[in-house]
Design a protein around this ligand. Structure first.
Ligand code: PHB
Length: 389
């Protein structure tokens, strides 16, 4: 097989890259080790920055999003038994969209296939054949029992944090920067209305909690827990009691049947640079954020938009400056996303069992951030999405 851009991974980054390249007349093939059903069912991040929603709409994959996404003007931050609203729309004229990553994936797969795109699911033993100095890279894998090879001009490594692309880079080509947090999130999906029609981030003595949603009768709720928490120790009753305690009486909480539960680890990671030779990393393959700032899918979408434009300049006009600057362009946004995610995380989580200096400082910070128009504007700009141009 031969294509212009070989893409590893059919998550939001790989699929959107393939879609944008198609619109620019550039061919690509995606290989993915999971099944199509698995990719379309995995409940992941749910919050989309305004420009990402607009990009999906403008590039013709936003039809269902426009019908089904919930559009929010802002968020609530609750502490000391009070929920304070930060109204992004009033402060900076932007809104955010609740639309699960799995819906984005479902829409993009349908669109790529309708446009004649090639996505090979359930491939095995994928590896890159490339010396990182010269020549054209290749992707080798097994599909339907046969050894296969894709020859391409470039590779898009969109295969997530545990993918094969980043470890294929030569030793010392990359440097990783990370921060591991001493807690995780226990997340549930529940058949019940959320306590508010926008998200509530709760700072509470018992630990952080987040009240999000996937629909008017479908809640997505999270509790700060130990990083190695044993989910079997959490009965439905215990989860609901803890959520109610941490909501602190700011809204009534309706309980429902729990459809899914799991533990999310909390980590920040960035690799620099995001490219070597003709292999370009995008999304979680290059960086991950703790979910508190809701930046994961948004940073992935920003990477592939930069990358698609760089490939377009290469093929249309033989200009390679955008490709050469890919890493630097992305990293300046990535580090701002890292800073914001780290800041939200440290501000809203409990770091010790006692009420200590940091607890008092955090309460002062939350009080300030939810009352000063300057501070609220700064939060709004980062949360709703920094400018993309
Ligand atoms: C979610 O709805 O899954 C969600 C929303 C906002 C976050 C994290 C997760 O910060």
């Amino acid at each position: 097989m031969r294509t212009q851009v070989g893409i590893v991974g059919a998550g939001p980054a790989g699929l959107m890259l393939s879609h944008l390249l198609h619109l620019a007349g550039i061919s690509s093939i995606i290989v993915e080790n999971k099944s199509r059903a698995y990719c379309e069912a995995r409940v992941r991040a749910g919050l989309m920055e305004h420009w990402v929603a607009h990009m999906l709409i403008e590039t013709g994959v936003g039809e269902r999003l426009q019908r089904e996404a919930m559009v929010h003007d802002g968020i609530y931050i609750a502490f000391n038994g009070e929920a304070r609203h930060i109204d992004f729309h009033k402060l900076i004229g932007k809104q955010v969209y609740i639309y699960d990553q799995k819906e984005v994936v479902t829409d993009l797969i349908a669109r790529r296939l309708a446009d004649g795109g090639q996505i090979l699911f359930e491939v095995e033993d994928t590896s890159l054949i490339y010396d990182f100095i010269g020549g054209d890279p290749k992707i080798r894998f097994r599909h339907e029992g046969r050894e296969q090879l894709i020859e391409c001009d470039f590779i898009g490594g969109c295969d997530g944090f545990h993918g094969i692309c980043r470890p294929s880079f030569p030793d010392r080509a990359l440097r990783g920067y990370d921060r591991v947090y001493p807690f995780g999130w226990l997340g549930i999906l529940s058949e019940s209305p959320p306590p508010e029609n926008e998200l509530i981030y709760c700072f509470h003595e018992r630990g952080f909690a987040l009240f999000s949603m996937r629909g008017p009768d479908l809640s997505r709720l999270y509790l700060q827990c130990a990083p190695d928490e044993d989910i079997d120790r959490w009965s439905d009753q215990r989860i609901w009691d803890e959520l109610e305690a941490r909501l602190g009486g700011v809204r009534p909480l309706v309980r429902g049947s729990i459809l899914q539960k799991g533990i999310t680890p909390m980590r920040s990671y960035v690799t620099e640079p995001m490219q070597a030779g003709r292999v370009f990393l995008a999304g979680d393959a290059a960086h991950i954020v703790p979910p508190t700032g809701a930046k994961g899918m948004n940073l992935a979408m920003a990477d592939v938009r930069v990358l698609a434009r760089a490939f377009e300049a290469h093929y249309r006009s033989g200009r390679d400056d955008l490709l050469a600057n890919y890493s630097a362009t992305c990293l300046s946004r990535v580090w701002k996303g890292q800073r914001f995610s780290w800041w939200m995380t440290q501000m809203l989580h409990r770091h010790s069992d006692e009420i200590d200096f940091d607890t008092k400082r955090q309460i002062a910070e939350i009080d300030y951030v939810t009352s000063s128009p300057a501070a609220m504007t700064s939060l709004a700009e980062n949360y709703a999405g920094l400018p993309m141009e």
